[in-house]
Ligand binder design. Structure first.
Ligand SMILES: Cc1cc2nc3c(=O)[nH]c(=O)nc-3n(C[C@H](O)[C@H](O)[C@H](O)COP(=O)(O)OP(=O)(O)OC[C@H]3O[C@@H](n4cnc5c(N)ncnc54)[C@H](O)[C@@H]3O)c2cc1C
Length: 395
C-alpha cells in the first residue's frame, strides 16, 4: 500500500493486486489491533542495529524514509502518533484500522487502482526483465513490478509465502521462512492453567543441561499453550537455537530484585502476622496476582493447614518456587502464531538504495519478503514503510 501510493504520487499508473476480499488483513491485527507502527529510537545507528546483519543494507533506504518521515507521513494525512513504553509508536487513536484508512486515503489521492480477489499465481521473466504476472488465467503486463506478498506468519491473513515461490523460480536465493517472533510451547499444565495471566517485572532464565544460557527481565504472558509477551517473543530465536543443544528448562523469578534470603524474611514476617489463618487463604497475598493456585499445585504438601503448622522446609519450598518457577520448553509455536517469520529473499540480490532486484531490472521487493531479522517493537512495520516508499519512488 505504501509502495503503490508512493508510485502513484509520482504520477505513475498503478494497479494493486490483492488476493483477499480486502487489503491490510495483517496490518489491522498488528499490535493487538493498536498497531505499533514504528519505534521512536532517535539514534539512526542504534535503530538500524536492531536489523542485525541488514544494518548496512538499510542505511540508504532509511535516509530516504526513516522514523521521522513516518511521523510526518501519518500526521500529514491526519493521524497523529504517540510514543509509549519502550519507544513504541502507536496512532493516538490506538486503532490499527486508522493506519489502514490513512494508507487507503494515500492510494486514493494518487489514483491507485485496487483489484481485490485477484490472486497472482505466477510471474514470468526472462533476460533480466519481468514481463507479466498471471491472475485467474489473465496475463497482466507492466513496466515495473513491486512484490509485497509478505512472509509466512498468520497465513490466514493472506501471507502464505507465494512471493517466495515465484522469486525462487526466477532464480533468487530465498532462505526458508521459519517462525521467529513467536510464543513458546511449554509442557507443564500449571502454565496452561494460567492462560490470560500476565506478570510484569519478572526474570526468566533458560537452561540447557542445568547451565544458565539466557537471562532476561521483562513481562511474561501465560497462554493455553505456553508463554508469550514481547520479551518471550523476542527471545524465541535464541531459545530455538538452545532447543538444538538439548532439553530447555526455564525458571521464572517473580521477585528478581529481592534475593532468596530477603524474600524468606519477608514471608516469615508475613507468616508470623497471619499464624492462625490457613495457608490457602494467605498465599494469594504473597504471590503475584493469579499465581497462588498454581503455586499450591506445585507444592509437595497440603496447603489447607494453618500457617503456624508450616515447617521451615515447607516455607523454603514456597520461597524457592517464587524465585524459580520451573517449566520445560517443548518448542516454538508455529507460523500461525508468529508475528514474523525469518528467512526470505537474500538482500545480497537487492539494491538497498532502490529495493530493485539485482537479477531483474524492473522488479522491486519489499517488507516481510526480505531476509532481515528484527525484534518486535515497531521495527517490522517501519521496514515496510521504508522499503515500500523507496520501491514506490524507483518503480
Ligand atoms: C499478530 C501480528 C501482530 C503484529 N504486530 C506488529 C506491530 O505491532 N508492529 C510491527 O512493526 N509489526 C507487527 N507485525 C508484523 C507486520 O504486520 C508485518 O511486518 C507487515 O504486515 C508486513 O507487511 P507486508 O506488506 O510485507 O506483508 P503483509 O502484511 O503480509 O501483506 C501481504 C499481502 O499480500 C497478499 N498476497 C499474498 N499472496 C498473494 C498473491 N498470490 N496474490 C495477491 N495477493 C497476495 C496478502 O493477502 C496480503 O494482503 C505483526 C504481525 C502479526 C502477525
Amino acid at each position: 500500500m505504501m509502495a503503490a501510493g508512493t508510485a502513484a504520487s509520482r504520477g505513475r499508473k498503478v494497479l494493486l493486486l490483492e488476493k483477499n476480499k480486502r487489503l491490510g488483513a495483517k496490518l489491522i491485527i498488528s499490535g493487538g489491533g493498536r498497531c505499533n507502527l514504528t519505534n521512536a529510537e532517535e539514534s539512526v545507528d542504534f535503530l538500524l542495529s536492531n536489523y542485525g546483519k541488514a544494518k548496512g543494507f538499510l542505511h540508504s533506504s532509511f535516509s530516504q524514509f526513516g522514523v521521522k518521515d513516518t511521523f510526518n507521513f501519518f500526521a500529514g494525512l491526519g493521524l497523529p502518533l504517540v510514543v509509549q513504553a519502550r519507544k513504541r509508536v502507536f496512532p493516538k487513536s490506538e486503532k490499527a484500522t486508522d493506519v489502514f484508512m490513512v494508507l487507503e486515503k494515500y492510494m486514493q489521492a494518487g489514483g491507485v487502482r485496487i483489484k481485490c480477489l485477484s490472486e497472482v499465481d505466477g510471474i514470468a521473466g526472462k533476460h533480466g526483465k519481468i514481463h507479466h504476472v498471471c491472475v485467474n488465467g489473465e496475463k497482466i503486463s507492466a513496466d515495473s513490478f513491486i512484490i509485497a506478498t509478505g512472509g509466512k506468519s498468520h497465513p490466514e491473513t493472506g501471507s502464505t509465502g507465494d512471493g517466495f515461490k515465484w522469486l525462487h523460480q526466477l532464480g533468487h536465493t530465498v532462505v526458508d521462512a521459519n517462525p521467529t517472533i513467536v510464543p513458546l510451547a511449554v509442557k507443564e499444565k500449571w502454565v496452561k492453567s494460567l492462560s490470560g495471566v500476565s506478570l510484569s517485572a519478572i526474570k526468566v532464565t533458560f537452561f540447557v543441561d542445568g547451565k544458565s544460557k539466557i537471562k532476561k527481565k521483562g513481562k511474561i504472558l501465560f497462554t493455553h499453550f505456553g508463554v508469550s509477551g514481547p520479551m518471550i517473543l523476542n527471545l524465541a530465536g535464541r531459545v530455538n537455537k538452545l532447543l538444538h543443544e538439548g532439553e530447555v528448562k526455564m525458571e521464572i523469578d517473580c521477585f528478581p530484585d529481592t534475593d532468596l534470603g530477603a524474600l524468606d524474611k519477608r514471608v516469615t514476617n508475613f507468616f508470623n502476622i497471619n499464624k492462625n489463618k490457613s495457608l490457602n487463604n494467605i498465599l494469594p497475598e504473597i504471590c503475584p496476582a493469579g499465581l497462588a493456585k498454581s503455586i499450591m499445585q506445585l507444592l509437595s504438601f497440603n496447603t489447607e493447614a494453618k500457617v503456624h503448622s508450616v515447617t521451615r522446609d515447607q516455607r523454603k519450598e514456597i520461597v524457592h518456587l517464587l524465585k524459580a518457577l520451573p517449566a520445560t520448553v517443548t518448542g516454538l509455536m508455529g507460523a500461525d502464531r508468529a508475528v514474523i517469520t525469518d528467512g526470505g529473499v537474500s538482500i545480497k540480490e537487492i539494491d538497498g538504495k532502490t529495493m530493485r532486484s539485482r537479477l531483474y531490472d524492473n522488479l522491486f521487493i519489499t517488507g516481510d519478503m526480505l531476509h532481515i531479522s528484527r525484534p518486535s517493537g515497531g521495527y517490522s512495520l517501519q521496514l515496510c514503510w521504508t522499503t515500500g516508499y523507496v520501491a514506490g519512488i524507483n518503480a
